[in-house]
Design a protein. Structure first.
Length: 529
């Protein structure tokens, strides 16, 4: 009867330990908390069995072997992650060393101590950079390395060659991913999504250890504070493998106005930035403080400091240059007396300069907020065109503006005709130049050309075929340039009113409208009748 109980007790302990070992091999390196908790549950069970009837029947050596096997199973599941729960059990067992005085728990022999230290090594594999794989060759290497029969001393090779304990390195994979801010070069926190071959999506928070790459189809950065970045098996999977093998770092770019979790843990400043980004009215009252709030680029800050600053936005006396701060040799006083701030005459802005600075501030704010600094040269080009047209308009500049308006109009048409599916994000992106800004440019050009109407009205009538006392070839070069810019902008055809009955205005307008002209062009023709 006692022999049967002894056999059943040992069989039960070995079956449980073998099941946990199989569970560890199956989920090695996965970090699955359910598998870890299962292995730790039976680890704690074997710890509490010492001194009880089942433990006495099974024997101390059997309990220690089964305890170490369950601990190795938990360490395999959490390999490379430094799990606190598994680490606590390892520390508890490692403290059981031979002591002169009688201890509460018996000391572990050489074999169990070796198993505990192997569990610690698996738990902190590659310093937290690597983990275990579950490919057939890797499982064979793990089974050979972690063979559940531990030696009794250092030279014990009777059942298992101790050199085989090092074969676990054949199952190691470096899968640590570290997001890095491309602007500051510092490591940061970011949420990522991994998509397996079956299409299931799993959310993770990096830095973390990825699942096995052979089971994944896509890895992408899915963080509202950073621009998305994706690695897919069909396109740039080799790039991800090279990053994980060499640097472990994946560079990501923060969105405009968004701070990292270290600088803004609760996201209050990020929410403020998103609010300012979505509000389209803030662009009309852009200030230097708002622009500097959204960027840390020194080039942008230097640009705003030297080209967008005005006297009302600067501190007292900060805009007075050194040439104006000269000493009066006769009086021995400065031009700027103490407590009185005088304007710098060489930097005094006129009305046109203030309008240009305001437009440039709006353009810079829009580019910084939307994180499209590449569009800033385009914006400044059209602002310079508007400034030049006030004194020297040309058809070339008008065609540049018409191409811009045409591109924005086509973009809006595509957006309106795009079929939207419920539950899916739209793939349509915003243009580099906003609709509001293009409309402002169009209105500004119209106002500039309308200011020249009194000078070119006789020549426009002659161009349309109406009776006029002025000839176009008799005009000077400036008037010809203004006339060509005016006709190109409003798309007025040549000789459209030649021989028409000017007295019947209604029929004449209907005839002009049938030519496919815009409402603005028709209104301009009507004003000349």
């Amino acid at each position: 009867m006692n022999i049967a109980l002894y056999t059943c007790s040992r069989a039960y302990c070995n079956i449980v330990a073998g099941a946990c070992f199989t569970l560890g091999l199956r989920y090695a390196g996965s970090g699955l908390e359910e598998a870890r908790d299962t292995a730790l549950h039976y680890t704690n069970l074997f710890l509490t069995l010492a001194g009880k009837s089942l433990g006495e029947l099974a024997g101390r050596s059997t309990l220690e072997s089964c305890l170490c096997v369950c601990l190795l199973a938990a360490a395999m599941v959490m390999s490379g992650r430094g799990d606190i729960a598994v680490h606590a059990v390892c520390r508890r067992l490692r403290a059981r060393v031979p002591r002169p005085a009688a201890a509460r728990a018996p000391a572990l022999e050489h074999g169990p101590q070796m198993a505990v230290h192997m569990a610690l090594g698996l738990l902190h594999l590659c310093g937290g950079r690597g983990s275990l794989g579950t490919a057939p060759a890797q499982v064979a290497a793990l089974l050979t390395s972690l063979h559940p029969h531990f030696p009794t001393h250092t030279n014990d090779n009777r059942y298992h060659l101790q050199a085989f304990r090092h074969l676990y390195v054949l199952a190691v994979e470096e899968r640590l991913i570290l997001p890095r801010d491309v602007n500051t070069g510092r490591l940061c926190l970011a949420h990522i999504q991994v998509v397996d071959l079956a299409g299931a999506v799993k959310e993770m928070k990096a830095p973390c250890i990825l699942p096995e790459l052979r089971t994944l189809k896509e890895v992408r950065v899915h963080e509202p504070r950073y621009w998305p970045r994706a690695f897919t098996r069909e396109t740039n999977w080799e790039q991800l493998e090279a990053l994980l093998a060499n640097t472990w770092c994946v560079d990501i770019k923060p969105r405009a106005g968004c701070l990292s979790y270290l600088d803004d843990p609760q996201g209050f400043q990020t929410i403020l930035a998103q609010t300012l980004t979505l509000d389209k009215t803030n662009v009309w009252s852009a200030t230097l403080e708002n622009i500097e709030l959204f960027t840390s680029d020194e080039k942008v800050r230097s640009f705003t400091k030297h080209y967008l600053s005005s006297l009302k936005d600067s501190k007292v006396g900060s805009n007075i240059c050194s040439d104006c701060m000269v000493l009066d040799k006769k009086k021995g006083k400065k031009v700027r007396s103490e407590g009185v701030v005088k304007e710098c005459q060489c930097r005094k802005y006129g009305r046109e300069e203030l309008e240009f600075v305001q437009g440039l501030s709006m353009a810079t704010y829009e580019c910084v907020v939307k994180d499209i600094l590449c569009a800033l040269p385009v914006w400044t080009t059209f602002l310079k065109i508007l400034k030049t047209m006030k004194t020297d308009p040309s058809a070339y500049h008008i065609w540049q503006i018409k191409l811009l308006l045409s591109q924005i109009e086509n973009h809006n048409k595509r957006y309106q005709n795009e079929m939207k599916i419920d539950g899916e994000e739209s793939t349509q992106t915003e243009p580099l130049i906003s609709n509001e800004f293009t409309l402002a440019i169009s209105q500004k050009v119209g106002d500039i050309l309308d200011g020249f109407e009194a000078k070119i009205q006789p020549f426009v009538r002659k161009y349309l075929g109406l009776p006029s006392s002025r000839r176009i070839n008799q005009a000077d070069d400036l008037v010809k340039k203004i006339l060509s810019a005016y006709l190109v902008f409003y798309d007025i055809p040549k000789g459209v009113l030649r021989g028409a009955n000017v007295e019947n205005t209604l029929s004449l307008l209907l005839e002009v409208e049938s030519l496919g002209l815009s409402v603005t062009s028709v209104s301009k023709v009507e004003a000349l009748l």
